[in-house]
Design a binder for this molecule. Sequence first.
Ligand code: SF4
Length: 258
Amino acid sequence: MLRELTDTHPDAHCELDFRTPLELAVATILSAQSTDKGVNLVTPALFARYPTALAYAEADRAELEEMIHSTGFFRNKASSLIGLGAAVVEKHGGELPHTLDELVALPGIGRKTANVILGNAFDVPGITVDTHFGRLVRRWGWTAEEDPVKVEHAIGALVPKRDWTMTSHRVIFHGRRVCHARKPACGACSLAADCPAYGEGPTDPVQAAKLVKGPSRPFLLARVGLADDGEPAPAPADSPAGLDAAAATPSAIEQDVP
Ligand code: SF4
């Protein structure tokens, strides 16, 4: 399944835009109860206005709340960002620390956020257990644990450490695009042959294909031999359209799929 996941989601990556560890920490805090796409709309202006931890520490609360309003829970998030800035300045000289223990001690940063930061800003392998990740690994029988920390440890024991970060992205990509909470697209899923939960969603390819989301949809359908309408794709050698679908790569995919 890991191999198939890798081949199915060659474009898997952190879908939050950032340039520095601090920016990723801020974006991840804002992503709670919001979509990555929504966060990415807000962060360019935010990062320009608050380029350092000190800038967040000294932020005018009303102005900060206004800038992040659209991401929801803006009062709590503003408190987290101001507290994060102050703590990073006071305890870490203005630089975000890069150990799990130090990160989770900062305001607004829980274990999930810390693992996102470690894996994507510091290249320290981390497993990100969000709602998609937990649902999928339980469906696949990789663990029966419900508690995110226990899930993290269970999957950490199954997957080589060097693959933790990318496996997290691939599982989350699959959860956002194919294996949805209510109606997983089983009939159009490249993992179907190995999945113990096959049949939890529609197995009819035409119905299932409609459930596959995101800009890489043609690529995902082509991987299971389907055209855009869920009908079997024409043989590549006979059809330029089939060739296009088979050859489609989900390059430069930046659009978030909640
Ligand atoms: S077969 Fe169905 S339940 Fe299994 S991974 Fe695919 S979409 Fe999810």
